[in-house]
Write a protein that binds this ligand. Structure first.
Ligand SMILES: [Zn+2]
Length: 135
């Protein structure tokens, strides 16, 4: 196994929750911008975004979504792991992450519904089985 393959193996073994940083200080993600009336507004990442609200009213935990305190951005575990730089919301698939908080909620859903994201999730499940880890 090469170095990258070995790193992926280690990540799969540890699992996403280790990298989620759900209790970080999200205030550090805040950005200021002028609105249409040239008043300054602030946007930042909110912890609630780790929960996906379904149209039928149910809530699902986004356990695959990670927050990077270093980059002050979010990205998806599986897609970051299998390293793609294309597809819907490709920044969500790279450890550089995504931090356009204005568009994040729509983009998350669009990305989660994309074929590529689903493929990487399946990829992860397969790898998990071979490392003997059941999530
Ligand atoms: Zn993804």
């Amino acid at each position: 196994m090469d170095v990258r393959g070995c790193a992926v193996q280690a990540w799969v073994f540890v699992g996403p929750e280790f990298f989620q940083n759900k209790n970080s200080n999200f205030f550090e993600t805040s950005t200021c911008f002028p609105d249409s009336n040239v008043k300054m507004k602030t946007r930042y990442w909110i912890k609630n975004m780790f929960i996906r609200k379904l149209t039928n009213g149910e809530s699902l935990e986004r356990k695959w979504l990670l927050y990077s305190p270093a980059k002050k951005s979010v990205y998806f575990y599986c897609c970051g792991l299998f390293n793609t730089t294309t597809g819907i919301g490709y920044n969500l698939s790279s450890p550089n992450g995504y931090k356009d908080w204005k568009h994040i909620s729509n983009l998350l859903i669009e990305h989660e519904n994309s074929l590529q994201h689903r493929e990487f999730m399946m990829n992860y499940v397969t790898r998990m089985k071979t490392t003997g880890r059941i999530y």
